[in-house]
Ligand binder design. Structure first.
Ligand code: NAD
Ligand code: UDX
Length: 468
């Protein structure tokens, strides 16, 4: 089989960066070069201040950078030298044109593929790392084969990434499985084997799954759809809990103890966020429609619809509880990232909540330990909200949770950061307007304890216990 000595990765984002850093960390005999068109991002990867926050990432990057791990904007040279190339570019939901709002925008994948075809001077294994609709590899193959000759051949593999942000390094160091799809031809199988050997440096071989190309591509969309479906299922039940007095954490525990159901990914919340779930389900919905399977499309679409409903429902409950108006009330929003241990805000539920609060003319005070002020204003300025100046009159950013909650009428927990569990709540209570409300969108706080302090506490998936 071919032995991989030099790897190039196109795209130094949340996936390309950590994935290839871990490959370099585990395979000292392989040179790994990560390239990106974005100069600022590459400069950050080469600095002390990495462009993404991920526990454990710094240590690995600092240990291998300059040895067998390189970050550069010199795409051409890196492609020419590599024998295996990961395509790990972004594949956002299309904003306009055919399939707008559903289909994945494959423009970046295509231009990365063309770049490889244009500059390659020797044979390459090209690996789809980006999440793409089923059969994208076919288009990549057509582009690459139109540019191959008897001296240069391209083999295409699908190797979707299953890491979750916030736990990326652990997920990469000990993955449940690695999935590698290839054409089931002698050449395809040989290429597949070459990538298996890269992962086999640290992943037990029984965890490396090889399949045909299309199974691999579809499995990525399927896995995300199944995971998100669990959250929408538990969130749908949380609405029933609030109306009946059942407690969603107790229900999730009782159901999860059935080993056929399992305990993970059953945490009710204000709604799932992140760059993947919504995008990939919409992608699956579009694929189903393209395949003339409208019932299948409607089935998966409901997972996203329920998620939107969950966010709206939480906002309505807050407004209703605050005596049906939040105009000029101060709402402290704790957490802005889409989950803890990341600075990523893509599709964060907090964005939807804050936009609704602004629409109701509330004063919003936001604190997140890892999200920058610029990022928050960028997320809130997108359509639906006025210009930046008007926005800054309504929204302020705090440096601590204490500062955010000072003079506030209500605290809204939007992200489950551990530090929120450890806050000095008697101190916070002192400085809030009374009655002081807390809305726990992540079910992380001890409601009884807070009620003893004097707070009025409302939690997703639990009946309201304040009666006026
Ligand atoms: P990202 O936006 O953080 O990174 C993508 C990078 O690719 C950007 O920095 C962009 O500048 C760069 N790029 C675009 N075109 C390029 C080109 N032609 N050459 C070089 N660089 C180019 O995106 P991400 O979160 O890393 O996601 C990448 C892919 O991985 C997506 O398809 C996504 O669906 C998938 N994925 C993401 C996650 C996640 O948790 N974020 C997990 C699994 C899979
Ligand atoms: C997800 C998949 O988990 C990962 O395998 C895939 O590669 C990329 O997409 P990610 O979006 O980074 O990863 O984070 P994840 O932990 O899945 O959380 C997604 C969202 O669901 C977050 O907003 C999180 O708060 C929410 N969530 C998760 C819940 O509301 N309840 C849960 O029980 C789990």
């Amino acid at each position: 089989t071919t032995q991989v000595k030099k790897i190039c990765c196109l795209g130094a984002g949340y996936v390309g960066g950590p994935t290839c850093a871990v490959i370099a960390y585990k395979c000292h005999d392989i040179d790994v070069t990560i390239v990106d068109l974005n100069e600022a991002r590459i400069a950050a990867w080469n600095s002390d201040n990495l462009p993404i926050y991920e526990p454990g990432l710094d240590k690995i990057v600092f240990e291998r950078r300059g040895k067998n791990l390189f970050f550069t904007t010199q795409v051409e040279q890196a492609v020419i030298e590599a024998d295996l190339i990961f395509v790990s570019v972004n594949t956002p939901t299309k904003k306009s044109g055919l399939g707008a709002g559903f289909a994945a925008d494959l423009a970046y994948v295509e231009s990365a593929t063309r770049q490889i075809a244009n500059v390659a001077k020797s044979s390459k294994i090209v690996v789809e790392k980006s999440t793409v609709p089923c059969r994208t590899a076919e288009s990549m193959r057509t582009i690459l084969e139109a540019n191959s000759n008897e001296n240069i051949r391209f083999d295409i593999l699908s190797n979707p990434e299953f890491l979750a942000e916030g736990t990326a390094i652990n997920d990469l160091l000990s993955p449940d499985r690695v999935l590698i799809g290839g054409l089931q031809t002698p050449e395809g199988i040989r290429a597949q084997q070459a990538l298996v050997e890269v992962y086999a440096h640290w992943v037990p071989t029984d965890r490396i799954i090889t399949t045909n190309l299309w199974s691999s591509e579809l499995s990525k969309l399927a896995a995300n759809a199944l995971l998100a479906q669990r959250i929408s299922s538990i969130n749908a039940l949380s609405a029933i809990c609030e109306a009946t007095g059942a407690d969603i954490d107790e229900v999730a525990y009782a159901c999860g103890r059935d080993t056929r159901i399992g305990p993970k990914f059953l945490k009710a919340s204000v709604g799932f966020g992140g760059s993947c779930f919504q995008k990939d389900i919409l992608n699956l919905v579009y694929l189903s429609e393209q395949l003339n399977l409208p019932e299948v499309a409607a089935y998966w679409k409901q997972v996203v619809d329920l998620n939107d409903y969950q966010k709206k429902r939480f906002v309505s409950r807050i407004i209703k509880t605050l005596f049906n108006t939040i105009t000029n009330k101060k709402i402290a929003v704790l957490g802005f990232a889409f989950k803890k241990d990341t600075g990523d805000t893509r599709e964060s539920a907090a964005i939807a909540l804050c936009k609704d609060f602004i629409q109701e003319n509330a004063k919003v005070r936001i604190y997140d330990p890892k999200v920058s002020t610029e990022q928050i204003f960028m997320d809130l300025s997108t359509p639906g909200v006025d210009n930046l100046d008007a926005l800054k009159k309504r929204v302020t950013i705090a440096k601590t949770a204490y500062e955010a909650s000072e003079d506030a009428d209500a605290i809204v927990i939007a992200t489950e950061w551990d530090e929120f569990k450890e806050l000095d709540f008697p101190k916070i209570y002192e400085k809030m307007h009374k009655p002081a409300f807390i809305f726990d969108g992540r079910l992380i706080l001890d409601a009884e304890n807070l009620r003893n302090i004097g707070f009025r506490v409302h939690t997703i998936g639990r009946e309201d216990r304040d009666f006026y």
